[in-house]
Design a protein around this ligand. Structure first.
Ligand SMILES: NC(=O)c1ccc[n+]([C@@H]2O[C@H](COP(=O)([O-])OP(=O)(O)OC[C@H]3O[C@@H](n4cnc5c(N)ncnc54)[C@H](OP(=O)(O)O)[C@@H]3O)[C@@H](O)[C@H]2O)c1
Length: 382
């Protein structure tokens, strides 16, 4: 039986006051959060990866009871309060530990496969009052234009039977199918949980705990200084959301019982690539000189992806830097300043193992960058 109740120790920190704990970062030290009007029983499916811990911390600070469900493979952070831990495996449909239990709210974090939602529905529908599902802006069928709002059509899964096919292959080709499968998962959520469903569609989630390095590449590179390659003319819009802003807002959505579908992208007002780099510069103290290169040059040089950035001028993702966040802001999504995100991200990153810091998971190497800059200047006769 995989069911196990493992009540973690209740620390003095959480008992003392409704403040965000030391697990959090510079801007959050002893920041008063305030108790929620009504404490909720919250079940978080996942909870120990990137964004889950921010939900847990904030929920505890707000006075809610938290239960986590996962396989127990990822180490749990040291929680600042009592957290109930249940175990199971959604790949194999082992959700026994959830049976016969009731919660006010369920937040489903890691799910990209519709059968995971179906299985959750089988055991939880009727036993949770509100189901919040983390989806993605990748669900949209057409990412090429700015201003994508929540009513835009979603991508269609082209296979015959997503439930069976994804169960069999267990993500063999999930990368290409991420958007359509998230869209199917959203539909399954509505099927299983009826009207009490909230779908949150983030863009790039960034900040401390982000192991992808897609955003981290930029402040890390800015901090190093020297001549730095910047894709595009600097005016392309970019959007990111701090994992803490996302996690905390999801708890507030749960508290308010807010239903609906929301894009979760930031910042509040549009930000260009140059503005993003400026924020990185302010936060890290780096002083690079920027050399802007054209998308055509990058294509000709066969540079794959420079993370976070997309050219606003062409391509199937040209609208990805300008997705509408109006509905989410109306529903209470708030944003830390990007400088705060960068400061805390770099503090976290500099505590990662040396080998992890030496080779980022995204972006280009300094050698590749130097090569590209040389080719760019040679082409322009400089
Ligand atoms: N990163 C981005 O930029 C981005 C952008 C848009 C949308 N999203 C979406 O945002 C969500 C982010 O999730 P997160 O990683 O931050 O969530 P999280 O809840 O912090 O971490 C993932 C959790 O899922 C659990 N898990 C993994 N496989 C499992 C299984 N087979 N059965 C049961 N539990 C399992 C993990 O624990 P164990 O491994 O111990 O089981 C872990 O607790 C995802 O849905 C992602 O698609 C991300």
């Amino acid at each position: 039986m995989t069911t196990r109740r493992d009540l973690l120790k209740f620390s003095a920190l959480a008992a003392a006051a409704a403040t965000l704990p030391s697990f959090a970062f510079a801007d959050e030290k002893a920041k008063p959060v305030g108790r929620a009007k009504k404490p909720l029983d919250i079940l978080i499916l996942g909870g120990t990866g990137f964004t889950g811990p921010f939900q847990v911390n904030y929920a505890l600070a707000r006075g809610h009871k938290v239960t986590l469900f996962n396989r127990g493979k990822k180490p749990s952070p040291e929680w600042p309060g009592e957290v109930e831990q249940l175990f199971g495996d959604r790949n194999t449909g082992d959700l026994k530990s959830l049976q016969g239990r009731k919660w006010d709210v369920c937040i489903d974090n890691p799910t990209s496969l519709p059968f995971w939602v179906r299985d959750a529905g089988k055991v939880l529908a009727g036993n949770v009052g509100h189901y919040l599902f983390i989806s993605t802006i990748s669900v949209y069928a057409d990412g090429s234009k700015p201003g994508i709002d929540e009513n835009a059509p979603v991508a269609i899964y082209k296979g015959k039977d997503a439930m069976a096919e994804t169960q069999e292959s267990l993500r063999a080709d999930i990368e290409n199918l991420y958007g359509p499968l998230k869209a199917l998962s959203e539909a399954e959520a509505h099927k299983q949980f009826g009207k009490r469903v909230t779908v949150v569609r983030p863009g790039y989630i960034v900040g401390p705990r982000d192991e992808t390095d897609r955003f981290t590449y930029w402040p890390h590179r800015v901090a190093q200084g020297g001549e730095m390659l910047v894709p595009g003319d600097g005016a392309d819009p970019v959007q990111v959301i701090d994992g803490r802003d996302l996690g905390e807002w999801m708890i507030r959505l749960a508290e308010a019982g807010t239903i609906g579908t929301f894009n979760a992208v930031g910042p509040k007002t549009p930000m260009t690539m140059d503005e993003m780099l400026h924020a990185c510069q302010k936060a890290t103290g780096g002083k690079p000189t920027y050399t802007h290169v054209t998308p055509e040059f990058l294509d000709a040089q066969k540079v794959g992806e420079l993370p976070i950035w997309v050219s606003r001028k062409s391509g199937e993702y040209a609208g990805y830097g300008a997705v509408s966040n109006a509905r989410a802001i109306k529903a209470g999504l708030t944003y830390r300043p990007l400088e705060t995100t960068v400061t805390d991200l770099m503090a976290w990153f500099r505590n990662r193992p040396a080998e992890r810091q030496a080779k980022l998971n995204a972006g280009i190497s300094r050698e590749k960058e130097a090569e590209l800059l040389k080719a760019w200047h040679a082409q322009r006769g400089a």
